[in-house]
Write a new protein. Structure first.
Length: 261
């Protein structure tokens, strides 16, 4: 049987009319028009076979404990990412690279205790960040400060330690009240005498006993230079004064011997 050859122009027209194959959907997820739902699938890590046109990604109610370096493929169109009700304990500083278009990130109901500003630096478009219901006792003000487009921050239901270490965060919250949501649920857990006391109810007088100096890198440099120098100088000074005293007593003893009949 002979082969039927399709003319070149006709083949080109057919290729233009036929839509490209739709990108693969992760086996454990449901996909539709840019939205990928991987909720309640028993996942322990982020699926890697995600389409670059994904705009919404639901990963809630799974068993993800760690977001390591580059946990996500490059998703230039991702706008919403939800990781609620997982077991997140650690987010690497390079975990969120490639998510520069992200506008809403929900990390609530996890086991997070420490977060660093470097983790959120790639999220230059993030407007909403939910850190509620974690295990945060304190938070560097550099975390929300790393998000230039931030409009809504949720910090409720965390075991906040209301000691002097919370002063920098309290200052940021006081200057950005319009960005803080659920203010009434932002409560102290420790010390015991401040249990359930609203953090936003503190005033400047509440931190009078705290050291009101932010130690800059220049401070540490000067401390490590001046400190040893002062110590050595004090040793030389004490040695010099001791030598003077010994010399003085020697002179008195000699003069006393010369006066003896």
């Amino acid at each position: 049987m002979g082969c039927c050859r399709v003319p070149g122009p006709v083949l080109a027209l057919l290729l233009l009319l036929c839509p490209p194959p739709s990108p693969a959907c992760p086996a454990a997820c449901r996909c539709s028009s840019g939205e990928v739902d991987c909720s309640e699938r028993g996942l322990r890590e982020v699926p890697w076979s995600l389409s670059t046109n994904t705009s919404t990604l639901w990963l809630g109610y799974n068993f993800i404990t760690v977001l390591g370096p580059r946990s996500f493929p490059r998703l230039p169109g991702l706008r919403l990412l939800s990781l609620v009700h997982n077991r997140l304990e650690l987010i690497h500083s390079r975990a969120l690279l490639g998510l520069g278009a992200l506008q809403e990130l929900d990390l609530s109901h996890n086991h997070l205790t420490v977060l660093t500003p470097e983790t959120f630096l790639p999220l230059s478009s993030l407007a909403t960040l939910n850190l509620g219901s974690n295990r945060l006792g304190e938070l560097e003000p550099g975390v929300p400060g790393a998000l230039p487009q931030l409009q809504a921050l949720f910090l409720q239901d965390n075991p906040w330690v209301c000691s002097c270490s919370i002063l920098p965060l309290w200052r940021w919250l006081s200057h950005n009240r319009e960005k803080v949501r659920e203010k009434s649920l932002l409560l102290c857990r420790a010390p015991e005498q401040l249990n359930k006391y609203p953090i936003m109810a503190f005033g400047d007088e509440s931190f009078r006993q705290c050291q009101d100096i932010l130690l800059s890198p220049e401070y540490y440099i000067s401390f490590f230079i001046i400190g040893p120098f002062s110590f050595i100088a004090s040793i030389f000074f004490c040695t010099f004064m001791g030598s003077l005293v010994v010399f003085y007593h020697s002179l008195r003893r000699e003069s006393h011997c010369w006066r003896r009949p």
